[in-house]
Every structure is written in C-alpha cells, then in structure tokens.
Design a protein around this ligand. Structure first.
Ligand SMILES: C[S@@+](CC[C@H](N)C(=O)[O-])C[C@H]1O[C@@H](n2cnc3c(N)ncnc32)[C@H](O)[C@@H]1O
Length: 206
C-alpha cells in the first residue's frame, strides 16, 4: 500500500543524503502552528514523533522529540527540545507517558503507519495531534494538470484520513488546516499561489 523508494533511517525518503538544507526551507508557518498547538489542548508535556528539525514544536511546554535520522537531528536549532533516535512504530516509553503527542507531515513516511499511530495513542494520556495531507484532495491542486504522475505517486504515500482517525480511536476529530497563500513552510502544496517557485531546484529538493 505504501510506496517505499529506499529503506533508510528516514522512512521512504533518504534524509541522510537529501536532508541537507531541509531546515532552511521547511520553516513553520505561524498560522498552521496555531492550529497544531490548539489541538494539543492544555498539555504541559508533549512528545513530537518524526520531529525532523523541530518545526511546529511548541515553545511554551516541555517537549521531547523522536527522530530517526541523524541528518535531521543535527539540523535542530540550538535550544530545541532534546531528540531521541527512535521510531514511531516502537516508542521507548511507558503507556500514558505524555500529556499529548504530535506528529507533523511524517505519518506517510513510516514503514507501518497504523502501528505507529497505535503507539502514539498508547503513550499519550490525552490528545494526539496528527498533521498530514489528504491524498484524496490532491486533485484539487492545479499541479495535477501539469504533473499527474506526481499526484498519483503522492496519493499512494498518504494513509487515508479515515484510516488515521480510526487508528486514533473514538472521538477523533478531523479538521482542515488551510494553507495560507504566503505560507512560510516549504512543502510542495504551499506554493499553489506562487507557481514560479516550483521552478527553483532548492524548493523542489525540499
Ligand atoms: C517530512 S519530515 C517532517 C519533519 C517535521 N515533523 C516537520 O513537520 O518538519 C518527516 C520526518 O519523519 C521522519 N520519519 C520517517 N520515518 C519515521 C518513523 N518510522 N518514525 C519516526 N519518524 C520517522 C523522518 O526522518 C523525517 O524527519
């Protein structure tokens, strides 16, 4: 079900060779950050799984990060939360260890997303916040007219939203997070209103 280009510490993307410079392009957007932080409720301690360089980690709570790729861990800025080398599918924590758990733009890269989501649920006392893309909505992106192959490949990577919600259990709420036209975060969909940016190889690499 899930495309896998290579088997590495960073899931279906080889961050050890392509992750360089990631942090300069993937800059958290404050409006998206506000939606994520609201989903964490009043949690005082938060586990961030697939944490990468630390985007979207709240600054006003205690955070511990889990990130398998050394290349990504080394891009975490000074003062960022400590990051452990571990995988979502096998979190080295007891049940209910954290008030809340977050995972942003990462579930599609896990070798076993459903097992990883069960692990998030297991170690969280309360909220689990997952930010991901809806593969079924990708056709709404104009890029689908230009590079349909890309959209097909991307759709294959993303677990269905309903499957994620089911894995997280009863009471899970699904909310759309609008991407601002001037989004500061450099994922591909962020450039829907700035198509010329996609001609920049550095943007594409990110
Ligand atoms: C696209 S990056 C997102 C990083 C960060 N959460 C963000 O929003 O910028 C995906 C991250 O998931 C990590 N990852 C891949 N497979 C994983 C797994 N099985 N468990 C935990 N993290 C994983 C990768 O190493 C990478 O850092």
């Amino acid at each position: 079900m899930f495309a896998r280009m290579s088997v590495t510490a960073g899931g279906d993307v080889d961050y050890e060779t392509t992750g360089h410079g990631y942090a300069t392009r993937r800059r958290a957007d404050p409006r998206i950050a506000a939606a994520i932080h609201a989903a964490l409720g009043d949690a005082r301690n938060v586990l961030n799984v697939g944490a990468g360089a630390g985007s979207y980690e709240p600054a006003d709570r205690y955070v511990l990060a889990v990130e398998p790729s050394a290349r990504m861990r080394e891009q975490r800025p000074p003062g960022a939360a400590p990051a452990l080398r571990a995988y979502a599918e096998s979190l080295p924590f007891d049940d209910d260890s954290f008030d809340a758990v977050m995972a942003t733009i990462t579930v599609h890269q896990w070798s076993d997303p459903m097992r990883g989501l069960a692990e998030l649920r297991r170690v969280a006392r309360a909220a689990v916040g997952v930010l991901t893309f809806d593969g079924d909505a990708l056709d709404r992106f104009w890029l689908a007219d230009y590079v349909p192959e890309l959209i097909v490949a991307e759709r294959r990577r993303y677990p269905r939203i309903a499957a994620i919600a089911a894995a997280l259990g009863e009471g899970t709420e699904v909310a759309e997070v609008p991407i601002p036209v001037d989004c500061t975060d450099g994922f591909a969909e962020a450039f829907y209103a700035r198509p010329e940016q996609l001609l920049d190889p550095r943007v594409r690499a990110a």
